[in-house]
Ligand binder design. Structure first.
Ligand SMILES: C[S@@+](CC[C@H](N)C(=O)[O-])C[C@H]1O[C@@H](n2cnc3c(N)ncnc32)[C@H](O)[C@@H]1O
Length: 343
């Protein structure tokens, strides 16, 4: 007996967030027990740079109180924890909202953040929600590696138009694309040769629009892997930009064993609404003072590298973390998109 055919984005949505979905069951960022590693999990320096950015933005906005920071796709709460541990100047006005679709992660993150940063407090300036809060609000909406987990539709150029990816019985299945998807793909890559595949990030575009509409004044700041132009993604084979991971390894095609692995897609930033400023993560981190934060570690290592004690080894490890965050062949090549609202 044959199963139903399901459009790829709907299949991936269920595989990631359905009752037996990868994230519903606990798919996690992290070094050892995790499935993939992200910038906040690589180093507390990432949260320290975000804290610097939040302080700058707070001052640019004339120190609003409350200053609301919404972190979307907050996972296990590491970025939130590290922002508070960095003791930002805006802390008295800061209301931090972690938004996470997976209840398991939401509950775990709230427990981690409150016990690490506010163990003695009766009231904590942190909440954890399933979806974006109601607006309007003044502040920052930030997300690390959220958009790559919002499943795209996938199109392939044929001799006469575009076909769309479906999943049937654990295999890919292509069908003629509806007119509106055909028009979008043609507009994005007009001269695509036959066989070209590309993602259509409709969910990501809608999500960014919702985030922008939430703010009366502030910024949306999103970190992710991807490229600025769909045309550049479309030049690469599909398995390079549409990937799966399980326990830090690539985990094959995404069409079978729904829920057993992460499904992620490089983001084509030209499909997002508005006109964000886009820079490389490496440059963004340096502009928030990453080098200055590790100055002490460079000096320590320089002075004790010949006979390193434990504090010199700790300094070396911080330097390694900073290099990993800014690595031009790794996390440093991620893109950072910033939208300004209300100014
Ligand atoms: C790749 S993980 C990144 C986690 C964390 N930001 C980090 O950098 O370690 C993506 C997270 O986004 C969550 N997510 C996906 N769609 C979401 C949505 N629409 N709203 C909130 N969270 C979402 C997933 O459940 C998952 O925890």
């Amino acid at each position: 007996m044959h199963g139903p055919m399901t459009r790829f984005d709907r299949f991936a949505e269920e595989a990631l967030y359905g009752p037996k979905g990868f994230y519903t069951q606990g798919g996690n960022a992290g070094t050892e027990l995790g499935d993939f590693i992200t910038s906040p999990e690589t180093s507390t320096l990432f949260g320290a740079c975000v804290a610097v950015y939040l302080d700058r933005t707070w001052r640019d906005l004339q120190c609003p109180d409350p200053f609301v920071v919404v972190e979307a796709g907050s996972g296990r709460g590491t970025l939130c924890r590290d922002v508070f541990l960095s003791d930002p100047e805006c802390v008295t006005a800061l209301r931090y909202v972690m938004v996470e679709r997976s209840q398991l992660q939401r509950d775990a993150a709230f427990a981690v953040v409150t016990s690490s940063c506010f163990a003695e407090s009766n009231e904590v300036p942190v909440t954890a929600l399933k979806d974006l809060p109601a607006g309007p609000l003044t502040g920052v909406i930030v997300g690390n590696e959220l958009l790559d987990n919002l499943p795209p539709r996938v199109l392939r150029r044929t001799a006469t138009g575009w076909s769309e990816l479906y999943v049937k019985d654990g295999h890919e299945d292509w069908h003629p694309a509806p007119q509106e998807a055909h028009n979008m793909a043609t507009a994005l890559v007009p001269d695509a040769p036959q066989g070209t595949c590309l993602p259509l990030h409709l969910k990501s575009a809608v999500w960014v629009k919702r985030a922008l509409d939430l703010l009366d004044r502030g910024r949306v700041l999103l970190f992710d892997y991807g490229l600025e132009r769909t045309a550049d993604i479309a030049e690469r084979p599909m398995h390079e930009w549409l990937r799966t991971y399980r326990q830090h390894r690539r985990a094959g095609a995404p069409y079978a064993d729904a829920g057993s692995r992460d499904i992620t897609c490089d983001v084509a930033f030209d499909q997002l609404p508005g006109f964000p400023r886009i820079v490389l993560q490496r440059d963004w981190l340096l502009s928030q003072g990453l080098d200055g934060m590790t100055e002490w570690a460079r000096a320590k290592w320089r002075d004790s590298a010949r006979s390193p004690d434990s504090s010199a080894l700790a300094a070396r490890s911080i330097l390694n973390e900073a290099s990993a965050l800014a690595d031009p062949g790794g996390l440093g090549s991620f893109l950072v998109a910033e939208w300004q609202v209300g100014e």
